[in-house]
Design a protein around this ligand. Structure first.
Ligand code: UDP
Ligand code: MG
Length: 312
């Protein structure tokens, strides 16, 4: 058994050394002392991350540096690492030490019991704003309701995967990747272990609100067409109301029921125009979200580009 640990890094210069230190400490203490490799993906960092990783390569063996040509984003950097990892199993984790490397021991124990995927479930989250915790909880529950893939709640990308799961991901060429959903979609035997999510060791989050929203939309559009159907249902509902109202107007006209004293038809016309305009724009926006993703996908560009790979 060779275990690979994959870590995407974007501007994590002060986290690289303690991260590698803690991963090595736990992996070298695993029962039966499996061979290992630590795949560090530099996702176009603009700080000293690359130098910090090279420093570690000089000091230690079993490290692999994957240097991407620019910043491709967390999910694609993770994908690059997963595709270049050679081990079985493969562990994916964040580089800011919010995912405690010590949990790898629990993952491996479950893996040896025959599980293909062992994901880490966040019991608590430390050092994150009440807003982030609330929106994250909301998001995981919303996506559970919207999709027909059983994506576990409060679970990030910190997980162990067997070789066949990693191979399944490699065969999935989708661009707007929501890895945690894709792993659920793969199937096989999956289980979770609970943990308390630590604070970020150093640096700051790479997921400010706009990126969080984009990631959430990626997750929903990748796994659900309910928003599209919602647009259609809404259209039917509005048409039904309009039909009833039309009947009322016609009947009133035929039987000469007197209209109210103000300018006849003004309020109802404005309400109808504004309301229908809003519904149409929302529906167009939803269609646009899906269309943009289809466009990105059919261009068929590579998901990421590797600048160089170095091993120690
Ligand atoms: N990351 C990356 N590329 C990016 C953004 C983030 O490789 O464009 C990495 C980052 O270095 C970290 C992981 O993805 O190892 C998770 O990011 P972060 O900790 O900022 O997310 P949060 O924990 O705040 O949700
Ligand atoms: Mg983090």
């Amino acid at each position: 058994m060779t275990i690979s640990v994959v870590v995407p890094l974007y501007n994590e210069e002060r986290n690289v050394a303690p991260l590698v230190e803690r991963i090595v400490a736990i992996v070298e203490r695993l029962p039966d002392r499996p061979a290992y490799e630590i795949v560090l993906v530099n996702d176009g960092s603009s700080d000293g991350t690359l130098a910090a990783v090279r420093e570690e390569l000089k000091r230690r063996t079993n490290l692999v540096l994957v240097n991407l040509s620019r910043n491709f984003g967390h999910q694609l950097a993770a994908t690059a690492g997963l595709e270049l990892a050679t081990g079985d199993p493969v562990v994916l984790m964040d580089g800011d030490l919010q995912d405690p490397p010590e949990l790898i021991a629990d993952f491996v124990e479950k893996y040896r019991q025959g599980y293909d995927v062992v994901y880490a479930v966040r019991r608590t989250r430390k050092g994150e704003s009440a807003f982030k915790i609330f929106t994250a909880r909301l998001f995981y529950r919303a996506i559970k309701r919207l999709t027909n893939v059983a994506i576990p709640v409060d679970t990030g990308d910190f997980r162990l995967m067997s070789r066949r799961v990693v191979e399944a991901l490699r065969r999935s060429p989708e661009r707007h990747r929501f890895l945690r959903g894709m792993v659920s979609w793969v199937g096989f035997n999956q289980t979770g272990v609970e943990y308390d999510r630590d604070e970020r060791n150093a640096g700051e989050t790479k997921y400010p609100l706009p990126k969080m929203i984009r990631f959430a939309v990626d997750g929903i559009t990748s796994f659900s067409d309910i928003p599209l159907r919602f647009a259609a249902y809404f259209g039917f509902a509005v048409s039904a109301i309009a039909f009833v109202y039309a009947m009322v107007v016609i009947v009133a006209k035929l039987f000469r029921v007197n209209p109210p004293a103000y300018t006849p038809g003004w309020a109802s016309t404005i309400v109808a125009v504004v309301f229908l305009g809003g519904v149409q724009l929302i529906s167009l926006g939803i269609i646009g979200e899906y269309l943009g993703r289809i466009y990105d996908q059919v261009k068929g560009r590579p998901l990421y580009l590797v600048s160089d790979i170095e091993r120690s």
